[in-house]
Design a binder for this molecule. Structure first.
Ligand code: ADP
Ligand code: ADP
Length: 239
């Protein structure tokens, strides 16, 4: 499990929009952390600096033993192999069965020619099945992803990330498109992943209640600035 460190990070997009302003953070391995804030406050940008999807304008980002700044090409691809990503829109191949959607998580650790040919090892296949089992959807393994409910799709996405055997898990609004009971169930899955595997989890949520209930530490952003960093349970709406 990896730490996540941001040191005085600012991000200004090419169109001149400043999304993060001098943000510093130090997340220890195994923490379960939420990022809360209104739409446009910079949550998604923060997450994307950690997997190198958004370059920082100044400051440094480090994840585990790696400095993300300036990393490109094969080194960045290799780093992303260790970072499990979960998105609001699931990012599944809807016409493909659950099994192959999850197996894709292994490809980051596979030479490109093998992943293009879809060649997998027995270890890869076992990891895929075990990950599906751990989020309770092993019975859907041969279902096409497009036929699943939103909650089931997000569990497939979590299983795909687990199949990577990640060192950190980043989730960008994973429950924003789910109804409340399903949102609770998915947050509970993430918390279990954190508790059972000791995996560092960083999750963007626009609902404070869910952040309070399912994470231990909360980061609050407003207009790209860090305005709260403390115990999730004690955070007030006005923070
Ligand atoms: P949140 O996730 O909290 O909704 P974002 O990180 O998506 O916030 O956005 C922060 C600010 O950066 C917003 O003003 C948004 O419009 C802007 N922004 C996000 N992505 C881009 C981009 N690719 N190019 C320009 N501006 C962007
Ligand atoms: P979010 O749920 O993070 O608020 P949005 O719907 O605002 O997402 O943005 C969707 C996509 O558009 C993202 O990839 C984001 O980076 C990009 N984006 C957001 N705001 C801008 C902007 N002002 N200019 C260019 N791209 C943007």
């Amino acid at each position: 499990s990896w730490s996540i460190r941001l040191d005085d990070v600012s991000v200004t997009y090419p169109n001149g929009t400043t999304a993060l302003r001098n943000v510093s953070l130090d997340i220890a391995p195994g923490e379960m952390v939420s990022i809360v804030g209104l739409s446009g406050s910079g949550k998604s940008t923060l997450i994307r600096t950690i997997n190198g999807l958004v370059p920082v304008t100044s400051g440094t980002v480090a994840v585990g033993p790696h400095t993300v700044n300036g990393m490109r090409g094969r080194r960045l691809r290799s780093l992303r192999g260790h970072i499990g990503m979960i998105f609001q829109g699931f990012n599944l191949a809807d016409r493909t069965d659950v099994y192959r959607n999850v197996l894709v998580g292994r490809f980051a650790h596979t030479p490109i020619y093998r992943s293009l040919l879809g060649i997998t090892t027995a270890h890869d296949r076992e990891l895929a099945l075990r990950s599906l089992d751990s989020v309770g959807i092993l019975d859907k393994v041969w279902t096409r992803a497009g036929q699943l409910s939103g909650g089931q799709k997000q569990r497939v996405a979590i299983a795909r990330a687990l199949t990577q055997e990640p060192s950190v898990m980043l989730a960008d609004e994973p429950v924003a498109s789910l109804d409340p009971p399903t949102a609770h169930a998915v947050m509970n899955d993430l918390r279990r992943v954190n508790a059972e595997k000791g995996l560092t989890v960083l999750v963007n949520i626009h609902l404070m209640d869910l952040a309070r209930m399912y994470t231990t530490r909360m980061i609050g952003l407003r207009d790209g600035r860090l305005v709260y960093d403390g115990p999730a349970a004690e955070a007030a709406e006005s923070d």
